[in-house]
Design a protein around this ligand. Structure first.
Ligand SMILES: NC(=O)c1ccc[n+]([C@@H]2O[C@H](COP(=O)([O-])OP(=O)(O)OC[C@H]3O[C@@H](n4cnc5c(N)ncnc54)[C@H](OP(=O)(O)O)[C@@H]3O)[C@@H](O)[C@H]2O)c1
Length: 365
């Protein structure tokens, strides 16, 4: 078992916030929250909202910060009492430039592992990675270090996460676990999403009837998870000082396909009178080459709404043709009593939430 202080990087990010709340409510560990900050005062100010509705939390928590793109991001951290680290901080945009992704995600992870090596009481380092760190690799994806995918990567974000994993697994003197996380669709089974990502954007375009073409193949599995599950898995990995890879994802048999994802979205949106009135047609599947050509030519029309809709899917479109068959035996052993998510129910709840948000004057549509 890990004892000592647990450091969470990216503590104010989407998954970082969920993890901090989980650790404060389900464990007694003192925490060190690390955020992107130039000064101690800025770090305190960024951490304060995280503790606002958790009585007694402030006494267990210290805050500090730095910048992963700097030379010494963890210079303000005193390593003496660190028992574990969960590294969630990363640049997560699919359109990030290669050099920024490399600097923040790959070299930033290397600097974090330097800190781990300097921490005398450290029992565990857990890195948050992505299922798509395995790039465009199709077929069985095991909970093991991944070779560089011969098919390449869909974007620089994926590449930087693969390189961070590869670097970490080379540090055989350190107790490293890697959580390869599926796309986080919602906070939990309610379908509420505290942060929107590429999937929510795609669902929003479908609801607005702005996707006449869909990149991808109908049978491609769509791997979804919740922030709650990621937090549980990360907490379990550090408390048990686990090492190796865990997939925070359900198996293909328990996941939706792309076609079923569209079915569920259309079922929910179809119950909305506004959507029904607009007689929104289901998008046609396009091959990747045609989709890219069309998106490129739409870009030529400037910032048209159609062009923006088409190009917004481009940075991850290639993944929608890749049939990954992910294993999760190690995750199931990590979380006793684990049951697969009801992916259709989760997606349905999220779509209903998106519809409700679209009717609310205070929520971005
Ligand atoms: N959410 C998902 O669907 C998903 C899926 C698979 C994997 N993951 C992985 O899970 C982790 C957390 O993702 P998330 O969704 O919580 O992301 P997020 O909400 O974008 O949070 C990222 C955190 O990293 C910080 N950060 C970014 N650049 C930084 C820099 N240069 N220096 C210091 N801090 C920096 C951000 O601070 P600022 O706010 O100041 O930028 C933020 O606190 C990431 O490693 C991501 O790759 C997420």
């Amino acid at each position: 078992m890990t004892d000592g202080r647990i450091m969470v990087t990216g503590a104010d990010g989407y998954l970082g916030r969920h993890l901090v709340r989980h650790l404060l409510t389900h464990t007694d560990h003192p925490l060190l929250l690390w955020v992107r900050a130039a000064t101690a005062a800025e770090a305190e100010a960024k951490c304060a909202p995280l503790l606002r509705d958790l009585p007694g939390a402030a006494g267990r928590v210290r805050c500090t910060g730095g910048d992963l793109s700097g030379d010494d991001p963890f210079g303000a951290v005193v390593p003496d009492d660190l028992g574990a680290i969960v590294h969630t901080a990363a640049v997560t945009s699919f359109t990030v430039e290669q050099d920024v992704a490399q600097r923040v995600n790959t070299e930033g992870t290397a600097r974090l592992l330097d800190l781990a090596r300097r921490s005398p009481r450290l029992r565990s380092v857990c890195l948050l990675s992505s299922l798509y760190a395995t790039g465009l690799q199709a077929g069985p994806i095991m909970e093991l270090p991944a070779p560089v995918p011969s098919a390449g990567f869909a974007n620089a974000y994926e590449r930087s996460k693969w390189a961070a994993e590869a670097y970490a697994f080379g540090q055989t003197d350190l107790p490293v676990s890697v959580l390869r996380v599926a796309t986080v669709l919602a906070d939990d089974a309610t379908g509420r999403a505290g942060q929107h990502n590429a999937v929510h954007n795609t669902l929003r375009l479908l609801r607005l009837g702005m996707l006449a073409l869909m990149p991808g193949l109908p049978d491609t599995p769509v791997y979804l998870t919740t922030a709650e599950l990621v937090a549980r898995a990360a907490a379990a990995a550090v408390s048990r000082a686990e090492t190796g890879v865990f997939h925070v994802a359900d198996r293909a048999a328990d996941s939706l396909t792309l076609a079923r994802t569209l079915d569920v979205a259309f079922e929910v949106f179809g119950a909305d009178p506004g959507f029904a009135r607009r007689r929104v047609a289901r998008p046609e599947y396009a091959d990747l080459h045609s989709y890219r050509l069309l998106a490129d030519s739409a870009r030529g029309f400037g910032a048209s709404v159609l062009g923006q809709a088409l190009t917004s899917l481009l940075p991850f479109a290639a993944q929608l043709y890749v049939g990954k068959d992910v294993g999760n035996e190690r995750l199931r052993a990590l979380l006793p009593g684990y049951r697969p998510l009801d992916a259709a129910a989760l997606l349905g709840a999220t779509c209903r939430q998106l519809l409700a948000d679209s009717r609310s004057p205070n929520v971005r549509r």
